[in-house]
Design a protein around this ligand. Structure first.
Ligand code: SF4
Length: 227
């Protein structure tokens, strides 16, 4: 059984599929507590009770699911049977984006996965910067194990965050011949986007990076769920 908070169709708000229609499957529970978390309703033990529906893999697959699927949370990789769900989606021809928080071992998931199709599955993995309050939980092994199709996402909330991001990108550049994609956003309402854009432009090490906006927060009310 999967603890499903919501399944909904929307526009992918971030990352390399930003702007494309996708089905989102949000699973309950997370092993982190980021200072700026905007999905506390998907976490256990918070003020607002986490409401979820227990669904079998068949219940999920019987839903009308778009070609692009995003498994999200909470933290989807801590859900029992997550690799099986990803396998079944891949077998049915879906393209799967796994949004993961950087503190959960992606190689464990890859070992459980049966279908390895780099054109159809990718990670969007956060590197949590100091403002998140959980940087110490980042598993560096995750950031050494990525493929060119994967996305590393940084959410910048301060100048200190930006400087730390540069250090992380530099460290990754020493590891990879072909880097995963780098997407950089701002903590919503906390860091000026113009300042972020101008800093990105000045950094040669970020010449292949992308500034990302949270499209869903621009299109709909920033606090609206299910978009
Ligand atoms: S990893 Fe994501 S879901 Fe978990 S606390 Fe941080 S922002 Fe919230």
């Amino acid at each position: 059984m999967y603890k499903v908070v919501e399944i909904f169709d929307s526009i992918e708000g971030e990352g390399k599929r930003a702007g494309s229609p996708a089905t989102f499957i949000r699973l309950a529970g997370c092993n982190l507590r980021c200072s700026y978390c905007d999905t506390l309703y998907a976490l256990f033990g918070e003020k607002e009770e986490c409401k979820f529906t227990e669904m079998t893999i068949g219940d999920i697959l019987n839903r009308d699911i778009k070609k692009y699927v995003t498994l999200t949370g909470g933290e989807p990789l801590i859900a029992d049977g997550i690799a099986e769900l990803a396998d079944e989606l891949l077998i049915r021809g879906h393209e799967v984006n796994i949004e993961t928080n950087g503190a959960t071992d992606i190689m464990e998931f890859m070992r459980d996965l049966r279908i390895h199709d780099e054109d159809k599955l990718f990670f969007t993995i956060d590197y949590k910067l100091p403002t998140s309050g959980v940087e110490d939980k980042m598993l560096w092994s995750n950031f050494e194990s990525l493929m060119p199709q994967d996305v590393v996402k940084f959410v910048v909330g301060s100048d200190e965050d930006f400087d730390k991001m540069l250090e992380v990108v530099e460290r990754m550049k020493r590891i990879y011949d072909v880097m995963p994609r780098i997407f950089i956003g701002a903590v919503y309402g906390k860091y000026d986007l113009q300042a972020l854009a101008e800093r990105i432009v000045k950094e040669p090490i970020l010449e292949e990076a992308n500034l990302q906006l949270q499209l869903h927060k621009i299109i709909w009310d920033a606090n609206k769920r299910g978009v």
